[in-house]
Design a protein around this ligand. Structure first.
Ligand code: PLP
Length: 426
């Protein structure tokens, strides 16, 4: 469920017409709905009721401070994968004892920052990281609270680029070695083993890979407990999918996901952490764009809009589907014409949709790419020297620009010509 809907023939975000936003901030821009964020968080929180579970929002899905803050105010923690994300989570007011640090390539500086901030846990992904972290922590007279991320060798049945729990993926420690590594870890001076972590992939549309992975984690935890290792926390990662094409996709409901957690891990007496990203923010955002022109090609019609692959890379990167909503609602019975919706970037991959049935569009019309709240703005680039697009947050009848559109001066500010070149005249 989301709060993007048509009213009087026009697309609204909560009580604000998208057309009014476009007039104020210009296109393209991302727009997030507070009510949708809140609803998604509450549905998951309620589904997990009765379990000792903390929701650590995976910041990489959408790292805008206002988005993190909205979730933090509801009690969410954060799952971060870089210094930048850790700084964002802290700046948004997430308490350090609700922050988990994941990732296969944390630098020394990042590990030190995590230690200094006293975060809940660092999810360690290799023997080498374990050694390095132990030394750093011991050097500070500290013990780092860690979980070992295990790789359960489970196929998440999702796009190859976002599957992370197979043994050929770079993530985690093979689950068959996890027992040994955890025992080793518990003997290191700078390490306090708190638990086990797992994350098998993103945009999962079935539950059975979760069940399989969680069962493996269960077996491991029972074995560790039998050996006298105090495992008190299990981190289950994120990955639950969202419907991008509501007519054809039916991902599992949070309630059913929670039931799997209850069934596999509910009786172990461990604190649980879940790290949803997409599930919380995916349907809470749209990318609004204006049609620049309609071009009749040799065999098809191209709708060229002012958003491009650098703003929303998912179609080019993952062959992802995004619903396209005309801001002016098509009346029932309107003829739909097959068109390719493309951006201005100089790549054929800069295509949002191929042969999509849409009502006739003309220069100046506004369209919205739905379900763009996750892995949209955070994956944007300035390719083709296009400016990053602004982000707007709506709450009921009010809105705020929560990231401004930079200027071209901003874009050039970090670059300079070396002294040996002639400086061009202004
Ligand atoms: C990306 C990631 C998540 C979030 O994944 P979603 O599919 O957005 O829920 C959670 N945990 C880790 C370790 C991740 O890398």
């Amino acid at each position: 469920m989301n709060h993007f809907h048509y009213k009087n023939g026009e697309l609204y975000v909560e009580n604000v017409p998208v057309g009014r936003l476009a007039g104020k901030v210009g296109t393209p821009f991302y727009c997030y709905s507070t009510a949708t964020l809140v609803r998604h968080f509450e549905v998951l929180r309620d589904a997990l009721a009765g379990l000792d579970a903390t929701i650590c929002y995976a910041v990489k899905a959408n790292s805008n401070l206002a988005v993190i803050r909205t979730l933090a105010e509801l009690g969410a923690g954060a799952d971060v994968v870089s210094e930048g994300e850790l700084r964002r989570a802290l700046a948004a007011g997430v308490p350090p004892d609700r922050i988990v640090f994941s990732g296969v390539g944390k630098s020394k500086r990042e590990l030190e920052l995590a230690l200094d901030k006293g975060i809940l846990q660092i999810n360690v992904e290799s023997d080498a990281e374990l050694e390095e972290l132990s030394q750093l922590a011991a050097g500070k007279g500290r013990q780092a609270a860690i979980a070992i991320r295990v790789n359960p060798d489970v196929d998440a049945n999702t796009h190859a680029k976002i599957t992370t729990g197979r043994k050929e993926n770079k993530f985690g420690i093979e689950w068959t070695r996890a027992h040994q590594v955890l025992q080793q870890a518990s003997r290191l001076p700078g390490i306090e083993v708190t638990g086990v972590a797992v994350h098998i992939g993103s945009q999962l549309t079935e539950l059975h890979p979760f069940r399989e992975a969680f069962r493996r984690v269960r077996d491991l935890v029972l074995m560790l407990k039998a050996d006298g290792l105090a495992i008190r926390r299990i981190d289950l990662g994120g990955g639950l999918g969202v419907p991008y094409d509501p007519r054809n996709e039916n991902p599992p409901l949070p309630g059913d996901y929670a039931d799997i957690i209850r069934e596999t891990l509910g009786d172990l007496g461990c604190q649980l952490v879940v790290e949803p990203g997409r599930l919380l923010v995916g349907n809470a955002g749209i990318l609004v764009s204006r049609v620049l022109r309609v071009k009749e090609g040799a065999t098809r019609t191209f709708v060229v809009c002012d958003a491009a692959m650098n703003d929303l890379v998912r179609p080019a990167m993952y062959d992802a589907y995004h619903e396209i909503l005309p801001i002016n609602e098509a009346l029932p019975g309107t003829e739909l014409l097959p068109v390719d919706v493309v951006g201005p970037v100089c790549e054929s991959g800069d295509t949002f949709a191929r042969q999509r049935g849409l009502p006739a569009l003309a220069r100046g019309d506004l369209i919205a790419f739905a379900t763009a709240g996750a892995y949209g703005a955070t994956m944007a680039s300035t390719y083709n020297s296009r400016l990053l697009v602004p982000e707007v947050m709506v709450k009921e009848s009010v809105f705020a620009v929560v990231r401004a559109r930079p200027t071209y001066e901003d874009m050039l500010a970090l670059e300079s010509l070396p002294r040996w070149m002639h400086q061009p005249a202004e």
